[in-house]
Design a protein around this ligand. Sequence first.
Ligand SMILES: *Cc1c(COP(=O)(O)O)cnc(C)c1O
Length: 338
Amino acid sequence: MTSSFTRRGYGLVSAYSPDQAICRIDLSDNTNAWGMPPAAREALGAGSSSVRYPSPYADDLKCALANYVQLPDRMITTGCGSDDVLDSAIRALAEPGDRLAYTEPTFMMVPTFARVNGLIPVAANLEDLAATGARVLYICSPNNPTGELITRARIEAVLRECNPGQVLIVDEAYAEFAGASAVDLVRDSARVLITRTMSKAFGLAGLRVGYGIGNAALVGEVEKSRGPFKVTNISERAAIAAVTEGRPWAMEHASIATRMRTQLTVALRGRGLEPLESAANFVFVPIPRAMSIARGMRARGVAVRAFEQPSGIRMTVAPWPVLAEALDALDAARAECA
Ligand SMILES: *Cc1c(COP(=O)(O)O)cnc(C)c1O
């Protein structure tokens, strides 16, 4: 809806609206099916006073995250989810009217963040990303929704082709499941921003904590654009607990998730399907009439994310008994759609 007082370009933006109804089993959003580290739960239980404002830029959390990624805390910024970090980065690094180039399919919030900040989103092949001349380049690795890991060599190739005015954002929301990261690129390049989240491997999606890693000057600009007080004091405490005391739990469960990913892939192949090789905590299954399949699964109490182009469903990994039920629902939905 546009009217006389709305911002130009917002007509192309719609509010986020995934399937709303709650399902018995929800494999639709890649949150942590095993929960959160007990240390984070304890930190939440301990509570804290919320009468005062939190620290403006969550300095204690920055230190904990700096230790986690083995870089100095001046190279870290935080946000209300990594969505906030992405949005703030786009706003900080580009002028309205500039372009943002991304590969397709990818994280569907990115074209939206481009538009709400006055940028023009353009889809391109990875090899042509820098050649678009776009001000901001976005790569998601492992990619949502395909699960594909973009190798460090391919990211470096994009970086080599960048002109001095371009910045590259690498979204590593699923890094913990990949066993690989491009985070050390920030040591040598002032034009790379890595974004990460506490929403997936650390199980804190509801607390909305994300972070960005980059050259101190770059991160400083993102932080200005983000503004103060974006991480609540409760969220900061739980996130610190998760990434310190809770780290072994998170790593162990990421490893269990990758085993379940293999098991799910094998089970899907056994059904004649061809799931894509995934480095994340979900699997993309190309399948005709994905929307109908997802509806059929939903009718059986299992939520997955359906995509029309390319047609497929994305399933979050979970403990095996849950996946077994989801596979039964998939079988039934396919029989119905046949
Ligand atoms: C889940 C996800 C995020 C994380 O979003 P938060 O705002 O941190 O919860 C970021 N990028 C991608 C690609 C994701 O899938």
